[in-house]
Design a protein around this ligand. Sequence first.
Ligand SMILES: Cc1cc2nc3c(=O)[nH]c(=O)nc-3n(C[C@H](O)[C@H](O)[C@H](O)COP(=O)(O)OP(=O)(O)OC[C@H]3O[C@@H](n4cnc5c(N)ncnc54)[C@H](O)[C@@H]3O)c2cc1C
Length: 383
Amino acid sequence: MEKHTQRVGIVGAGVVGLAHAWSAAERGHQVTVFERSPRAFGASIRNFGMVWVIGQPDHVQDVANNSRDRWLRAGREGGLWVNPCGSIHMAHRDDEWAVLQEYAAVNQAGSRGSWLKLLTPEEVLQRSPAANPNGLLGGLWSDRECCVDPTSAIRSIPPWLERQYGVQFHFSTAVVHAESGQVGLASGQRHVFDRIIICSGDDLATLRPEVFHGIPLRACKLHMMRTTAQTEGFRIGPHLAGGLTLRHYPNFKTCGSLQALSDRIESETPELNQFGIHVMASQNHRGEVVLGDSHEYGDAIEPFDRQEIDGLILRELHKILKLPHWNMESHWHGVYAKYAEGLVFEAEPEPGLHICTGLGGNGMTLSFGIAERAWNRWEPTNE
Ligand SMILES: Cc1cc2nc3c(=O)[nH]c(=O)nc-3n(C[C@H](O)[C@H](O)[C@H](O)COP(=O)(O)OP(=O)(O)OC[C@H]3O[C@@H](n4cnc5c(N)ncnc54)[C@H](O)[C@@H]3O)c2cc1C
């Protein structure tokens, strides 16, 4: 197939916009990215930085693995810190351990079998000095997960793409109109493109709002916090997740034993369900430990951050983690858009005008793979 260079316009310099920009630039296109903030500001800089392959259902495993490989490549070529640290789901209760055992048994024969391993409590502690040994029954190791520092990674990708591929970035530049072939800026300027991709995150009201009408896309607010650097080079090792997390990601939903765990949480600690709390930890290259999180959806979202929620998150984290110190450097919240009928919402309301959003809590994990999948669809290679 004959290839020609396209002018590609992208709205949004979050991870979804950057992923599409990179894929387009690699295909030799002339790429321009518009970002309304002076620097990336949305969900993509507020997350754990977990490339969380294990949490993805079977039908997107290839996308997730491709995304992971591209993060590692971005690390090598763009000079980003990308740590292939793996992950451990820890069990401190019998019902959590039952889910991990069932999941490991079911996946033993499949492609996941080679990268999953059940660990004894001693093996968990060998891999992570941050695991709380009190009541620890075991863990599930996965070697697929990577860690990035979201703020520095997302802010370092634009200069790298500029340097390596000549991608042009216009920060502090809001796009106020988008139609097939052109975008309009707040300044009144118009820019002409062959292909436009709107990656505006949770802003579903500014550009082409009619496309979202009746689509099950909901905003979700999450509470997060980060310790100051841990002392004397203390490393938690892999990403760590507690048993509560088993309710959160779709991959564990196939386990029949999950129901007993969910029932126990509903009767013992319903406040965790009220605020969608499950607990995880990652550690960046500065030694700070990123901790979270909670989930409040749609109309329940308030601009105010309730201390009660952070208190519940910390209460649950103390049950599974032992850190040298818990001094907090910051607390914040992030908001993402979540599509209820799939892992991503992709639409083409007019020829050459695309929308990509709704990745929920999986944007850091899947975006590079989703963008590759989209570009392969738009421009299949017939080698
Ligand atoms: C607290 C939290 C923790 C998370 N943890 C993880 C994790 O560990 N692993 C994982 O895989 N995922 C995680 N996620 C999910 C992930 O962060 C999101 O799925 C992802 O960042 C969404 O990326 P995005 O590019 O769609 O949105 P955003 O990052 O919000 O980017 C959208 C960008 O578009 C810009 N924009 C919008 N409208 C316009 C306009 N009209 N003109 C110009 N610019 C515009 C915005 O300013 C913004 O910068 C987490 C999310 C949160 C909030």
